[in-house]
Ligand binder design. Structure first.
Ligand SMILES: C[S@@+](CC[C@H](N)C(=O)[O-])C[C@H]1O[C@@H](n2cnc3c(N)ncnc32)[C@H](O)[C@@H]1O
Length: 285
C-alpha cells in the first residue's frame, strides 16, 4: 500500500500518469544505471527475456535489440498508462530486434511463460509479498536462467533523493514517519543481507548483490539556472520524495521549490545538475 491505496491504484493513478508524461526525462536520468544493468546481462541470440515492472519500456526495448530477431521479450507491468507509452514506442523501433509483447499483469502471481533471463530496472520493490513474487519469478525461469535487477540502496546514500529532501523536510508541518519495514517502496531493499536471504528463500542458489554508484543527470538546461530549475521539478514531481508535497497548498509548494532550487544550485555545472545514485545490482540463479 502507498498512502492507503494498492500498488495497482498507485501506478494507475496520478503517479503512473506523471511517470508516463516524463518517460524521456526518467530514461535520460537512469542512462548510466541502465548501461551497468545491461553490462551484466550476457544475452545470447534467440534468448527469451521477461522485463519485470517494465514501465514505459526502455529496458524492454533495449533487451529486444540485444537479443535480436530470433528471441522474444515480454514486458510486464500493472500500470496501464505506462504500458500505453511502452506499446507506442515499439512502432518506432528499427527492424532486427526481437518481437516484444507487453502485458498488464501482476508479476507476483502471473504465469507469463518460461524465460532465459528475467530483468528489472527498479520494478521489484513494490510487491505485496516479495517472497512469493521472487518464487514466482524463479518458476518462470528456464533451467540455468538468471534474474538480474537494480534496486536502490539507502536513501541517505542516494544524494539525488536526500539533498532535495533535506531542503523540504524543515518546511513540513510534521516529519513523515519512516516506511514500515518490508512494505512496498523504493528503498525496501536498501539492506543487502535481507534481500539476499529473501532470494535464497525463494529458491535461488547463487545470489550476488553488488554496490553500484553512478552520478546521474537530474536536470539540464541552457544555463546552470535552467538546469537547476529542471532538477527541482524532477525532485518535486517525480523522485521518491515527491510524495512529501504532492498534496501541499500552493504556498508550501512555492517555498519547497525555492528551498530545493537553492540547495541544488551548487551542484549545477556546465548546464547539468549531477548527483550521486546508489544501487544494488543483484543477480540470482
Ligand atoms: C519505479 S517504476 C520502474 C519502471 C521501469 N522499470 C523503469 O525503470 O522506468 C516501478 C514499476 O513497477 C511496476 N510494478 C509495481 N508492482 C508490480 C507488480 N506486482 N507486477 C508488475 N509490475 C509492477 C509499476 O507499475 C512501475 O511501472
Amino acid at each position: 500500500m502507498a498512502g492507503g491505496i494498492t500498488q495497482t491504484e498507485y501506478w494507475n493513478g496520478e503517479v503512473g500518469a506523471r511517470w508516463a508524461r516524463n518517460q524521456a526525462v526518467l530514461d535520460g536520468m537512469f542512462v548510466p544505471l541502465t548501461e551497468a544493468l545491461f553490462a551484466r546481462l550476457p544475452f545470447d541470440p534467440g534468448d527469451t527475456a521477461l522485463d519485470i515492472g517494465c514501465g514505459s519500456g526502455a529496458t524492454t526495448l533495449e533487451a529486444a535489440r540485444r537479443v535480436g530477431p530470433g528471441g522474444a521479450i515480454t514486458g510486464a507491468d500493472i500500470s496501464a498508462p505506462l504500458l500505453a507509452v511502452a506499446r507506442s514506442r515499439v512502432a518506432g523501433e528499427a527492424s532486427g530486434a526481437a518481437p516484444i509483447r507487453f502485458v498488464e499483469a501482476d508479476v507476483e502471481r502471473a504465469d507469463l511463460g518460461h524465460f532465459d533471463i528475467a530483468l528489472s530496472r527498479f520494478g521489484v520493490m513494490f510487491f505485496s509479498d516479495s517472497g512469493r513474487a521472487f518464487a514466482n519469478l524463479r518458476r518462470m525461469l528456464k533451467p540455468g536462467g538468471r534474474l538480474t535487477f537494480l534496486c536502490w540502496r539507502p536513501l541517505s546514500e542516494n544524494l539525488w533523493v536526500s539533498v532535495p529532501r533535506d531542503a523540504v523536510l524543515p518546511l513540513l508541518p510534521e516529519i513523515p514517519p519512516p516506511p514500515q519495514p518490508d512494505t512496498p517502496g523504493p528503498f525496501r531493499f536498501a539492506d543487502a543481507d535481507p534481500l539476499v536471504a529473501l532470494l535464497r528463500g525463494a529458491g535461488f542458489a547463487r545470489v550476488t548483490c553488488d554496490a553500484l554508484d553512478r552520478d546521474i543527470v537530474v536536470g539540464q538546461g541552457a544555463t546552470d539556472a535552467a538546469a537547476t530549475d529542471a532538477a527541482t521539478r524532477v525532485s518535486l514531481d517525480l523522485g521518491p520524495s515527491s510524495h512529501l508535497i504532492r498534496e501541499a497548498a500552493p504556498d508550501l509548494r512555492a517555498r519547497a521549490e525555492a528551498a530545493v532550487t537553492k540547495i541544488l544550485r551548487p551542484y549545477a555545472q556546465g548546464g547539468v545538475v549531477r548527483l550521486r545514485a546508489a544501487c544494488w545490482l543483484a543477480q540470482a540463479a
